[in-house]
Design a protein around this ligand. Structure first.
Ligand code: ATP
Length: 448
């Protein structure tokens, strides 16, 4: 495929998955809105994640913390001091770059407490070949002010990750749930980073969403839980329909990890624009709880119910970007089949993630008896699924239109339906058609 990214971006805009934000005002660079289909896909991904990692496990509980937190949180976590990316400017064309992005010789990645090496040798501007400035550290925290006075006393930060609230609230959550180690806290929500070089559609934006788990364990069992979460992340990627061959599990070597981490794996995906991070998995030791206890003065230790021993739990952190999940799900699902008149574009999305689970059509729009029955079926199915309605053009075109947005099944009400109480159900992937009794549709679709 010539440029799969361009194809996906254009499909997303045309069909209302994702389009540029505030476009009537010329947009806002690298800000995107999820349209009617995009919000369904994104919500389905978040719900599937929550159901898989919170509801279906009895060792993970949820949290939905405030986005703006006491600024001391970011002091303790190290973000105010260290959450920086190395920035260089081109002296000639004035473009800005992340220094670590234009020096392929190093896989170094900016992280808390870790200073990235400046570009070595003759790094030049990738745009015009011009000379680059020296590296400056640029803090990624987005600042704002609470209340009417814009002074240092009222400044707060949009959280750059969801993680910290799960450490800060650890004691409360543990007390109210009475969970014993090992157990985790999960959160889904927005995060903000003043990225130097956002881009590649929804891959890197300044406002994005994360799904994170902080899983608290005893120190001597961290390795087991690290492997467990790695395997869970692999299972999730399989569920999204991502091929193993599109993934690279990159062990971050000593010296390149964040200072608090004893082991980190970046899960990279082979995007059309290169192999880059999709998700991450880190063993964060007991660094965060220790730091918050130290700075806040609160006792964040866990008390062993048997021995009464008090200690700081250690933490395994699997983290998933929501927007990157949407992107790789779309890239993995996109297919072009056939040629000429028979050509179709089909999004082979996992069926439970598709924006619409099913579409309902009356064979002909101008036959009230067909429309009436089709409408009854549509209204009935909508109690269980998100359902599309289409009565424009011919059936072939309607199928193509639904294939392109990944609707797993299309139901057509025809003249026979009025006599035999059955409808034609056409499968997105095989394009095979089957007659199904109207009363058995819900069961049939659930099985599908
Ligand atoms: P990168 O190296 O791509 O900047 P990171 O290592 O800084 O990413 P983390 O801090 O580990 O990212 O954040 C966890 C997850 O959040 C990432 O794996 C990714 O899925 C998502 N994420 C991070 N930054 C962005 C962003 N600017 N836009 C969209 N998603 C992001």
């Amino acid at each position: 495929m010539p440029d799969k990214m361009e194809t996906i971006v254009s499909l997303c805009k045309r069909r209302g998955f994702v389009f540029p934000s505030s476009e009537i005002y010329g947009g806002l660079a690298n800000a995107w809105d999820y349209g009617p289909l995009g919000v369904e896909l994104k919500n389905n991904i978040k719900q599937a994640w929550w159901s898989r990692f919170v509801h279906r496990r009895d060792d993970v509980v949820g949290l939905d913390a405030a986005l703006l937190m006491n600024p001391k949180v970011w002091e303790a976590s190290g973000h105010l001091q260290h959450f920086t990316d190395p920035l260089v400017d081109c002296k000639k064309c004035k473009q800005r770059f992340r220094a670590d992005h234009i020096v392929p010789a190093t896989s170094a990645k900016p992280d808390l407490g870790k200073q990235v090496e400046p570009p070595k040798g003759k790094a030049v501007c990738p745009n015009c070949g011009g000379e680059l400035t020296a590296v400056r550290q640029f803090n990624l925290m987005l600042k704002t002010f609470l209340g009417p006075v814009e002074d240092s006393g009222s400044s707060v930060y949009f959280r750059p990750e969801t993680a910290q609230a799960m450490f800060v609230d650890f004691k409360q959550v543990q007390a109210v749930t009475r969970k014993k180690l090992p157990f985790g806290i999960a959160q889904v929500g927005k995060a903000f980073r003043n990225e130097i070089t956002p881009g590649n559609f929804i891959f890197r934006t300044r406002e994005f969403e994360q799904m994170e788990i902080e899983f608290f364990v005893r120190e001597n069992e961290w390795e087991w839980w690290f492997e467990h979460w790695l395997s869970e992340m692999k299972g999730w990627l399989k569920f999204l329909g991502v091929a193993e061959t599109d993934l690279n599990f990159r062990e971050i070597p000593d010296g390149e990890r964040a200072h608090y981490s004893k082991r980190t794996i970046d899960i990279d995906y082979h995007y059309p624009f290169g192999s880059k991070e999709l998700y991450g998995l880190a063993y964060r030791t007991d660094f965060d709880l220790q730091r918050h206890a130290e700075v806040s003065g609160a006792d964040l230790r866990y008390t062993d119910p048997q021995s009464g021993e008090k200690f700081f739990p250690h933490v395994i952190e699997p983290t998933w970007g929501v927007d990157r999940s949407v992107l790789v799900t779309l890239l993995s699902a996109y297919a072009e089949e056939g040629s000429g008149d028979k050509k179709r574009v089909v999004l082979k999305l996992p069926k439970t993630l598709a924006p619409y689970r099913v579409a309902v059509f009356p064979l002909l729009a101008n036959k009230p008896e067909l429309t009436k029955l089709a409408r009854e079926i549509y209204d009935d199915l909508r109690k269980t699924f998100n359902v599309a309605w289409d009565d424009r053009g011919n059936i072939g075109k309607r199928y193509l239109s639904q294939d392109e947005i990944g609707t797993p099944a299309c139901i057509t009400v025809d003249f026979d339906s009025l006599k035999d109480g059955a409808v034609t159900v056409r499968d997105r992937d095989t394009t095979k058609q089957e007659r199904v009794k109207i009363g058995e549709l819900i069961e049939y679709l659930i099985k599908l």
